[in-house]
Design a binder for this molecule. Structure first.
Ligand code: ADE
Length: 421
């Protein structure tokens, strides 16, 4: 067992192992890659530091990378998302140093990130870019050893592109989020299901008949809207992008500014990647009992400090993951999971079947970086299309779904311009 780790309780390991095995059943693509890695060991001895949500799915990715020969450590990518039993199982059974405790404070969170960087990685794997940002700001002495990195999420990719634009990014990054087999499925179906799961588990309120206001209409928000509608909610979308707003309208949703939606909503869910989507002036007009949650990466989408200023005294924890803020006029506003990712804090994150494809992209991108280290510049790259398509192919195969292939005549037709009406 690794002696260097910081987790809640090693005795939770047997429970964690059972749940990791349960997740594995839904991860056939990753299993396929693991078998390939066991044979080929493409990453023998390569040091890898991962800053990801420590979940059963991440455990399966870690085992896959380890099967490929990687020497890896993991740190949490959010203070509330660690599954403590999973962390214990990885330390106990896989000898992977893990740094993450559900509910850790901000100082511990960054101490853990530094511990993962102490591993002196050749490859970084991030979900939200906190590892890469800390490395570039505070641990620059380690950068010369890094060959490349992967980023899992929309917010992280936005941060990396900003670093590349400012000329400060020092090594090549692969934007796993941009793979089609990632964002079409994980962001949409994963976030849709896990967010409604987080809201339901923490509140147990009936969604049917409620007005659910969804902030944003990107891939994650459209998944949430679709699933909220499926539960029977009356869904309102708020957007800043005219194209997305138009799509939301044509998908059958009401679209309006947050200020108009604020007095109408029973449940608010943000997933925009931006700051103060729900702000002081919105709280001022919300209904008594409104429920406010966030599924975007950082806890900045709901302006909780403004709510604290408006409220009479500190919030009351009325249920696990539910903080009730009392306002001077008697209204109560309930914030879920302290405004952090409700799907990971109050539920278990995305189901394994979608993380299967996201993490297949991580595993294969790590190999790609090692194989192409000499050609890659300090820029943000997409996952190569052949990897993306291969993942879709293996997934369909595992699901037992067959598809047609082009006939010679069809292929010719698609590459010619002569034929018309
Ligand atoms: N992000 C969203 N859901 C996740 C999960 N189940 N595991 C790891 N990262 C996630």
């Amino acid at each position: 067992m690794s002696t260097d780790y910081d987790i809640k309780d090693l005795d939770l390991a047997p429970a964690g192992r059972l749940r990791i095995e349960w997740a594995e059943r839904e991860m056939p693509v990753l299993r396929h890659i693991r078998e390939q890695f066991e044979r080929e060991k493409p990453r023998r001895g390569v040091r890898l530091s991962g800053c990801l949500h420590i979940t059963t799915e991440t455990a399966n990715l870690a085992q896959t990378l380890q099967a490929g020969g990687a020497d890896l450590v993991l740190t949490a990518s959010n203070p509330l998302s660690t599954q403590d039993d999973v962390a214990a199982a990885l330390v106990s059974y896989n000898e992977i140093p893990v740094y993450g405790i559900k509910g850790e404070d901000g100082e511990t969170y960054y101490r853990h990130i530094h511990a993962a960087l102490d591993h002196a990685p050749a490859i970084t794997m991030d979900d939200g870019a906190d590892l890469v940002s800390t490395l570039h700001k505070e641990r620059t002495e380690l950068i010369s050893e890094v060959v490349g990195g992967m980023e899992e999420t929309t917010t992280g990719v936005i941060r990396l592109r900003a670093m590349a634009r400012d000329g400060v990014l020092r090594y090549p990054m692969i934007a796993v989020n941009d793979a089609m087999t990632k964002h079409f499925f994980d962001n949409r179906y994963g976030t849709g299901q896990s967010t409604m799961d987080g809201v339901s588990r923490s509140t147990n309120v009936l969604i049917a008949g409620k007005t659910v206001v969804v902030g944003g209409y990107g891939w994650c928000s459209r998944g949430i809207s679709m699933r909220a509608k499926g539960h029977g909610a009356n869904v309102i979308i708020t957007e800043v992008d005219p194209m997305r707003a138009l799509e939301a309208v044509m998908d059958g949703f009401r679209v309006m500014p947050m200020m108009e939606a604020a007095p109408l909503g029973d449940i608010f869910i943000t997933s925009t990647g931006d700051i103060s989507v729900i702000d002081r002036h919105h709280f001022e007009v919300m209904r008594d009992g409104a429920i406010v949650a966030n599924s975007g990466h950082f806890n900045v989408e709901i302006n909780i400090p403004a709510l604290q200023e408006l409220a009479v005294g500190p919030p009351r924890r009325v249920r696990p993951f539910v903080d009730e803020y009392a306002l001077p006029d008697g209204r109560r506003i309930n914030v879920l999971a302290e405004g952090r990712l409700v799907n990971l804090a109050a539920a278990e994150g995305h189901p394994s079947a979608v993380m299967d494809m996201s993490f297949a992209n991580q595993a294969l991108s790590a190999v790609y970086i090692l194989q192409h280290a000499d050609e890659l510049e300090p820029q943000v790259y997409s996952v190569p299309e052949e990897i993306d398509r291969e993942i879709a192919r293996i997934k369909l195969d595992a699901m037992g779904v067959e598809i047609d292939s082009l006939t010679e005549e069809q292929e010719k037709y698609l590459t010619s311009w002569e034929a018309g009406t």
